[in-house]
Design a protein around this ligand. Structure first.
Ligand SMILES: [Zn+2]
Length: 364
């Protein structure tokens, strides 16, 4: 494996201290007004690099180990869709440059290049396979030239597309992490076996870390993780869920329904996904619990995907036993004016506090 950082990354996997991944840039940039939902192309990388750098910093302060270059959906198919193929190479190069520059302020972080679902892969189509291979090859060539430590392949829903991603990535001699995105069916789109079986196949194909990411929140991703660690060495399993409350009945963020949606006609498609998911965001405590349970299984690589924000990542880091740069501002309610316990607080506010969360009958 070339590069000290690549070896260091692999060494971390074999320690008891899981690698912490921070992602969800696409959703966060959309929320912050720098990216358009729909095509979801990260033009922000060229138009407002400072916005990306800021979020990188926030994840670094929150204790993330992975500085993920924001090249998700910066591939030829997406740029073609918006008629901006000219921007393809600059977007890819600049994203890695931004990640590297910010990572320099956060010693110990690993800079990851990022490829993802192409949306053109079609099982059995040699033409599609060749296009997918070309997309992955050009993106990774640019990323490696700009200086990455590892490769993260995200949200792959086809076993066939994952095989191509790993084949291409292996040529660049960097550690490879691959996350399968598991839709509502609970299976990959081109494979009748289990997700765990698919993970074993990809691990055996030379992928260093394999598992699941995106689509599912902690509650519906965890059962898959429990199965995957039976098929693949736990230290080489990755799991980074979306930060949304998914349930067995609505196991993915795309299947969440909002019975209380007050303005249904204003919501694109009438579905919470992708831009009306706000009421379903999980708390930092749920993400922390996921990290803790994954660590107990021996999972080597955990984190957050769409919907996760720095407060989720900080809570996960702390659940893994770390103190982060942002931990100085982690909650301490002892000095809250009404809910706190500090002796200097006014007792009439503390007495009144009992009514804050109770209804008129005095019940919580
Ligand atoms: Zn995601």
């Amino acid at each position: 494996m070339s590069g000290d950082k690549g070896s260091e990354f692999l060494g971390r996997l074999d320690s008891d201290d899981p690698v912490l991944h921070a992602g969800g840039y696409l959703f966060e940039m959309e929320r912050r007004g720098y990216l358009q939902a729909g095509a979801f192309v990260p033009e922000v990388v060229l138009e407002h690099p400072e916005a990306i750098a800021q979020l990188h910093h926030e994840f670094g302060r929150a204790g993330a180990d992975i500085m993920l270059a924001f090249t998700y959906y910066s591939h030829r198919e997406k740029l073609r869709l918006i008629g901006k193929e000219d921007a393809l190479e600059p977007m890819n190069r600049q994203a890695v440059q931004i990640a590297r520059k910010v990572a320099a302020d956060h010693p110990g972080m690993f800079v990851a290049g990022n490829i993802c679902n192409t949306n053109i892969y079609k099982p059995g189509s040699a033409e599609a396979e060749a296009e997918v291979r070309a997309i992955f090859t050009e993106q990774l060539a640019w990323a490696v030239e700009e200086g990455i430590d590892l490769i993260v392949c995200e949200t792959i829903a086809f076993l066939g597309e994952a095989k191509i991603a790993v084949e291409v990535a292996k040529e660049f001699n960097k550690p490879i992490v691959l996350g399968f995105a598991i839709h509502r069916s609970g299976k990959l789109r081109d494979f009748d076996g289990s997700v765990a079986d698919a993970c074993k196949i990809i691990r055996d194909a030379g992928c260093d870390v394999i598992g699941v990411n995106c689509h599912r929140g902690p509650a519906t991703m965890y059962p898959l993780v429990e199965e995957i660690v039976q098929a693949v060495e736990p230290s080489r399993v990755c799991a980074f869920p979306v930060a949304y409350r998914t349930t067995p009945d609505q196991p993915t963020f795309g299947s969440i329904r909002d019975p209380d949606q007050p303005v249904p006609n204003d919501v694109p498609g009438g579905l919470p996904f992708p831009v009306a998911l706000d009421p379903f965001v999980v708390t930092r405590y749920e993400m922390a619990d996921f990290a803790r349970r994954c660590k107990a299984l021996g999972v080597g690589y955990v984190g957050g995907c769409c919907g996760s924000a720095p407060h989720h990542i900080r809570a996960m880091a702390e659940a893994l036993g770390r103190t982060t740069k942002a931990s100085v501002y982690s909650p301490d309610m002892s000095k809250h004016y009404a809910l706190g316990t500090d002796k200097s607080l006014k007792s009439h506010n503390q007495a009144y506090a009992g009514s804050l969360a109770r209804n008129e009958s005095g019940h919580l």
